[in-house]
Write a protein that binds this ligand. Structure first.
Ligand code: CP
Length: 323
């Protein structure tokens, strides 16, 4: 696989290779010497046309831990402001010797357009989608998968651990690229995924996913308590206000009342239920501040740490095997 644009067509074996590679890099990160020479001489270019803290910084750190050279492109201070196109920008970084481009854009499909152009030019460059509009965020989906599998067996995270587990994704599913990547990976693993949110923020595309050969099932709810019964993991999502029209935007107070997760919800879940959130968190809206900070239940800090190992694994697998 030369590019990572979506998790829709990932096979079980690929997930397990990724999980095992990330697990090895987790061990590396715990060592005194955290750097390995795996990608020495390769150039990784971060091209973020939309804001990011976690994804951008962890791809940068992952590249450095693998000894690659990293270029950070910032649209506001680039020649985009002088009218250069995105494709010409990508070709500029190609001419500088870039091997892997990490791309985030508010428009779904931009990473694929650049990947097609790189293939047309027979460049050998790999494109890694770091979040495109409402479409997908594959590296987030993979770090969430790794975090859940590691929680179930830290020494040997693997897909089969998720068989039959109940995972509830709460909130603004409609605008969430994270939810879509997660649904592909979790149902492939055999987990039963329950989506819950206001009817206006639930998507129509889940029928596409229902019609695949995934082992796990997908369920839709409007009522939070119905969805949460016996949950093993809860994934909360931010209201993606930047992708909403006024008509869709619920009031924060009303949203928290019906869909905000607090400690009070946990007694209907499995006794050792865990909470995930991709970040950034809007405290007191999709989740209470007290719960997100309760590290006996909240995996949010582990997700961020795991993001480095998972992105090292992605860069390593692309950089090592894509030629
Ligand atoms: N989860 C995530 O994509 O966070 P950032 O927007 O900070 O990268």
């Amino acid at each position: 696989r030369r590019h990572i644009l979506s998790l829709a067509d990932w096979e079980e074996e690929e997930y397990n290779i990724l999980l095992q590679t990330a697990s090895s890099f987790s061990e590396v990160l715990l060592r005194h010497t955290k750097k390995v020479p795996a990608l020495q001489g390769l150039v990784v270019t971060n091209m973020f046309f939309e804001p990011s803290t976690r994804t951008r910084s962890s791809f940068e750190l992952a590249s450095k831990r693998l000894s690659a050279d990293i270029l950070n492109f910032s649209p506001g201070t680039s020649s985009l402001v002088k009218g250069e196109t995105i494709l010409d920008t990508a070709k500029t970084y190609l001419a500088m010797g870039t091997n892997i481009m990490v791309i985030r854009h508010k428009q779904a499909g931009v990473p694929k357009i650049i990947a097609n152009e790189m293939d047309r030019l027979q460049s050998g460059v790999s494109i890694l989608n770091a979040g495109d509009g409402m479409h997908e965020h594959p590296s987030q989906g993979l770090l969430d998968l790794f975090t859940i599998c590691s929680e179930l067996d830290s020494s040997y995270p693997r897909l089969e651990l998720l068989q039959g587990k109940k995972i509830v994704i709460v909130g603004d599913i409609l605008h969430s690229r994270v939810a879509r990547s997660n649904i592909w990976s979790l149902t492939k693993a055999g987990a039963n995924v329950h989506l819950v949110g206001p009817p206006t923020l639930l998507p129509k595309w889940f029928t596409d996913i229902k019609n695949t050969d995934s082992k796990g099932q997908l369920f839709i709810h409007w009522n939070l308590e119905d969805a949460l019964k016996q949950a093993d993991f809860i994934m909360t999502l931010r209201l993606q206000k930047e992708r909403m029209t006024e008509a869709l935007l619920p009031s924060s107070r009303e949203y928290h009342k019906y869909y905000g997760i607090t400690h009070n919800h946990l007694n209907i879940c499995q006794p050792n239920v865990k909470i995930l959130h991709p970040g950034p968190v809007n405290r007191g809206i999709e989740i209470s501040s007290k719960l997100i900070d309760d590290l006996s239940i909240s995996l949010v800090q582990k997700q961020i740490t795991n993001g480095i190992a998972v992105r090292m694994a992605l860069l390593f697998l692309l950089g090592t095997f894509s030629e």
